[in-house]
Design a protein around this ligand. Structure first.
Ligand code: 4AD
Length: 435
């Protein structure tokens, strides 16, 4: 007898074979003589099983079972026209009769009961795509000769500004959860060349938005002797590669989620580009106002690009857009100044199309010790926590740069989801750290 998964047995080769499937009862429809069970296996695939009703008396939704039977073809069987004519059931556990997840729930309940809601087929599909994002990221970097590294999560200082730091008790010292592996990757390029990592990053984001998590998965890359143009090309190639390979591998999942992928199929280098300065002009022409000290005014040069600005910049476009050359004062201390343009940083953020907003941020790092020290003073950073980082400029400093990509931000775009919480099994936000 063959022990297999549902997806595998949906094949003419199995017709007439006696097999067993392990899984959970997804749906039950009892008739007088026969009971129709939809069994969901451990990969979320469904197979219909028909069994004598006398053998299903105590079965409930989500009971875990092994079911034995002969594979047969019936065009009425859901999900592919194959089913199991079953004759025996082994019960692992009878589920309590009040399983809280059904067809229609409030979003809050689905988050409160996330440990169960992740069994929904929708979440299974999303998680399979997430797995592919991670797999193809690793494959792209490995195939292109980048070295994978890891950086610590417990750190002494901020990378992306103090306001979003999570303080933790670390014996008798103050420490924080890492906002970005970047500074550690910068240290590693001196012995490994181009490096990359994928680590959780933490931000104490106090606002509730559909694109901010307090813990997100951060893919970061850093390399010596790269220009801003090189970094842009690397990101164009990486993002296009990820999308094209995921679309191929996860066709079934995209179909299930009813994601129209025709625009994603066209994502390829080069992406669109606009300078920060031109982006501001464009937003002013569109009349974008921002609230400033309780009065509103037109957006102007020097303002950060808000969620609304990013949305407007790509709303009617199906290509990702790089915004290049932000003013230094709205970028962190480590961004290098463009030699020919005072006050402008060698930095570029990548915005996803159709208003999805920023998915990557990167640029060239300040490699001059004095300039870096000055910027740290301006940002109010405590130098003693960064002496190790400044050593990188004292001992053989080199021009270098890198970028960070938010895995959930990328997924939100490619899955066309409104809320970033739907891209991962256990989201962490301002109001949610349970389950
Ligand atoms: O723009 P950020 O803050 O840049 C950095 O952390 C750099 N140190 C990265 C680097 O150069 N190595 O974050 C980078 C990306 C953003 O573009 C976004 O995709 C994602 O990380 N991100 C978030 N994703 C979800 N929730 C949040 N709160 C996020 N904050 C940033």
């Amino acid at each position: 007898m063959l022990k297999i998964r549902s997806a595998e047995l949906k094949h003419d080769d199995y017709i007439g074979k006696y097999v067993s499937i392990k899984g959970w009862i997804h749906r039950i429809r009892k008739q007088k003589e026969n009971t129709f069970l939809l069994i969901r296996d451990d990969r979320g695939d469904i197979i219909q099983c028909i069994i004598d009703s006398s053998k299903t008396n105590n079965l409930t939704i989500e009971s875990s079972i092994e079911i034995f039977g002969i594979v047969q073809k019936d065009p009425r069987a859901p999900e592919g026209g194959y089913e199991l004519k079953a004759n025996e059931i082994n019960i692992f556990s009878i589920s309590k009769n009040d399983y809280p997840i059904g067809e229609y729930q409030s979003l809050d309940l689905l988050l409160d009961k996330r440990h169960l809601a992740i069994r929904t087929r929708r979440m299974t599909m999303v998680s399979k795509i997430r797995s592919s994002v991670l797999h193809f990221s690793r494959k792209w970097f490995t195939d292109n000769d980048w070295i994978e590294v890891t950086a610590p999560i417990i750190v002494k200082g901020s990378v992306e500004g103090g306001s979003t730091l999570f303080p933790i008790k670390y014996f008798d010292e103050n420490a924080y959860l890492s906002q970005s592996a970047q500074l550690y990757l910068e240290a590693m390029i001196f012995s490994l060349g181009p490096v990359w990592s994928i680590t959780p990053s933490f931000r104490a984001e106090k606002s509730r938005t559909v694109r901010h998590l307090t813990e997100f998965l951060h893919l970061e890359a850093e390399a010596p002797w790269v220009s801003l143009d090189d970094l842009i090309t690397i990101q164009e190639e990486l993002v296009s590669y990820l999308i094209q390979n995921i679309l191929k591998k996860n066709k079934k999942e995209f179909d299930f989620l009813k994601r129209n992928v025709s625009e994603l199929e066209k994502i390829s280098p080069p992406f669109d580009k606009i300078t920060y300065e031109k982006a501001i002009d464009k937003l002013r022409n569109e009349g974008l106002t921002i609230i400033d000290r309780e009065s509103s005014r037109l957006i102007e040069y020097g303002d950060d690009l808000s969620i609304e600005s990013e949305r407007l910049l790509t709303l009617n476009s199906s290509k990702p857009l790089f915004v290049i050359g932000y003013p230094l004062k709205i970028k962190p201390f480590y961004v290098k100044e463009e030699p020919s343009k005072e006050g402008v940083g060698l930095a570029a953020d990548l915005l996803a199309p159709n208003g999805f907003g920023e998915i990557t941020s990167g640029g060239i790092r300040e490699d001059d010790l004095q300039k870096l020290e000055k910027r740290m003073v301006l940002e109010g950073l405590q130098k003693s926590n960064y002496e190790w980082y400044l050593d990188l400029r004292r001992y053989g400093s080199v021009p270098h740069g890198g970028f960070g990509l938010g895995i959930e931000r990328l997924m939100r775009w490619i899955l066309n989801l409104i809320d970033i919480k739907d891209t991962l099994p256990f989201p962490r936000t301002l109001r949610r750290i349970y389950p």
